[in-house]
Design a protein around this ligand. Structure first.
Ligand code: AMP
Ligand code: ZN
Length: 459
């Protein structure tokens, strides 16, 4: 059973109740105003891993990952109704409409997630197409006394009406200071920590609502979409660590106030990815896109492997060196899998595979799982056909396309596969003279053999 750290309870625990056969998971999706960077993908790979580990345990996963195509303002820490919408700002910069920008970057995002073998969610609602859900939810919150409209056409959530506000992030209401950008407290608000659910506006991408024309706040979007598509009991809610506050805190208040109970069982947050030791952010120019990785001649799945080398809860630093190293490992594993496929299949080494699976279950200890896989890779006491089956099995979780080189070796010159296999055995027996002779023999056939700490590879 998969156990994960729950940000709200601050402990590692089972993500599902005993005996549950299905999992409902919500992931805060991208704001589609630019290409997502590899830092963003760290958060989406986390959700994908939770899905893959659970599915292997015969849990049926229903995932919802929204598309934020309106309402996410440049400064989302301070709900400032005059604030710029990220999408409209980019639309102006590119001379296109907001909707054109949103659809373009959504398509780019989906293409990148497919490249990274991130399985598509069952539901991917767009904010602009579910405005009615948000209006309905806001009306319900007003009716229940958790929200209030103001004369200018705004609606605010009444933070004080939700006594457990702050449980996820530890930012309790009594300790929150008024925002630094506002000169004093916004006079429309009852309390400085109240946030906008509806913002009056008649610009592009606005809708009619009972409170006047405007657009929804980013936080209410996720509450409305998650409740509608997954229902009032959500097992896991994921996102990057920066979403803990205020986004998830506000989302929890809105959803729980609507449902009348705790909606999300487990809040899971992935730590940030740094690049060359610095925050990955467009504003500082420190951004690496998946396309940059491909342009550098690396396999894009090297990004996925590099991410798995670190546990999701630890901040990690990516560099071009670590990406190149991941690329080498990926290619070596694929070539080993192809090589092992030439030998008869054997049952998996059950105990070794269970240890690796246990590492995934233990709060996604992917660094340990990968270390154990490297040990298995070079353990010549285990039949190649057995390592072959183990790697294929584990790739269901890793999602690294480890079997794509199978069949490539059929283009080996006749007899070469046999020599490679004999050399593998010679090295296991520490018979270096035979191993060298076989390498030379292979070289004359045009097969270049390289020895790495994890064993031989060929090209
Ligand atoms: P956004 O499109 O800006 O709403 O972000 C999409 C997702 O990426 C959110 O879950 C963020 O928390 C996450 N995220 C943003 N920057 C990083 C980063 N450097 N490392 C990991 N996750 C990030
Ligand atoms: Zn969200």
């Amino acid at each position: 059973m998969l156990r994960l750290y729950d940000t709200r309870n601050r402990q590692v625990g089972p993500v599902l109740p005993e005996g549950a056969r299905s999992m409902r998971m919500y992931t805060c999706g991208p704001t589609v105003y630019r290409y997502a960077h590899v830092g963003n993908f760290r958060s989406y790979v986390l959700a994908d891993l939770i899905r893959r580990v659970s599915e292997r345990q015969r849990i049926r996963v229903v995932a919802c990952r929204n598309i934020t195509d309106v309402g996410h303002l440049v400064d989302d820490a301070e709900i400032d109704p005059a604030g710029e919408d990220k999408i409209l700002l980019q639309a102006r910069a590119e001379g296109r409409t907001g909707l054109e920008i949103a659809r373009f970057y959504e398509a780019a995002f989906l293409s990148d997630t497919a490249t990274l073998n991130i399985r598509p969610p069952e539901h991917s609602p767009r904010a602009t197409e579910t405005i009615d859900l948000m209006i309905e939810m806001i009306a319900k919150l007003i009716e229940k006394g958790h929200a209030y409209p103001t004369p200018d056409g705004s609606v605010f959530f009444d933070a004080a009406s939700f006594p457990t506000y702050g449980e996820i992030s530890g930012n309790r209401l009594d300790r929150l200071k008024p925002g630094h950008r506002l000169e004093g407290v916004d006079p429309r608000k009852r309390f400085h920590a109240d946030w906008a659910l509806w913002k009056p506006s008649d610009r592009e991408m606005t809708w009619e609502a009972p409170w006047g024309r405007g657009f929804p706040g980013w936080h209410i979007e996720c509450s409305a979409m998650s409740l509608r598509f997954l229902g009032e009991h959500i097992d896991v809610h994921t996102g990057g660590i920066d979403l803990r506050f205020p986004h998830h805190e506000d989302e929890r208040a809105q959803s729980d106030a609507t449902a009348g109970h705790e909606v999300v069982r487990h809040w899971v947050h992935g730590e940030h990815l740094l690049f060359d030791g610095r925050k990955m952010a467009k504003s500082t120019g420190n951004v690496v896109l998946l396309q940059d990785v491909v342009d550098a001649g690396l396999d894009p799945l090297a990004v996925r492997l590099a991410l798995l080398e670190h546990r999701y809860r630890q901040q990690m630093n990516l560099t071009w060196d670590t990406l190149r190293a991941a690329d080498r490992t990926l290619r070596r594993w694929r070539s080993h899998v192809a090589e092992w496929s030439e030998t008869p299949s054997r049952p998996m080494p059950a105990e070794r595979v269970s240890r690796i699976e246990a590492a995934f279950d233990d709060d996604l200890d992917t660094p340990l799982a990968l270390r154990l896989m490297r040990e298995l890779e070079r353990d010549d006491s285990i039949a190649p056909g057995s390592r072959f089956e183990a790697f294929l099995h584990l790739d269901q979780i890793l999602g690294l396309d480890l079997s794509i080189d199978i069949g490539r070796s059929r283009s080996l010159p006749p007899g070469a596969a046999d020599l490679l296999e004999r050399r593998l055995r010679a090295r296991a027996a520490r018979d270096w003279a035979v191993s060298d002779r076989l390498r030379d023999e292979l070289a004359t056939m045009g097969v270049q053999v390289t020895d790495t700490p994890e064993g031989q590879t060929w090209s």
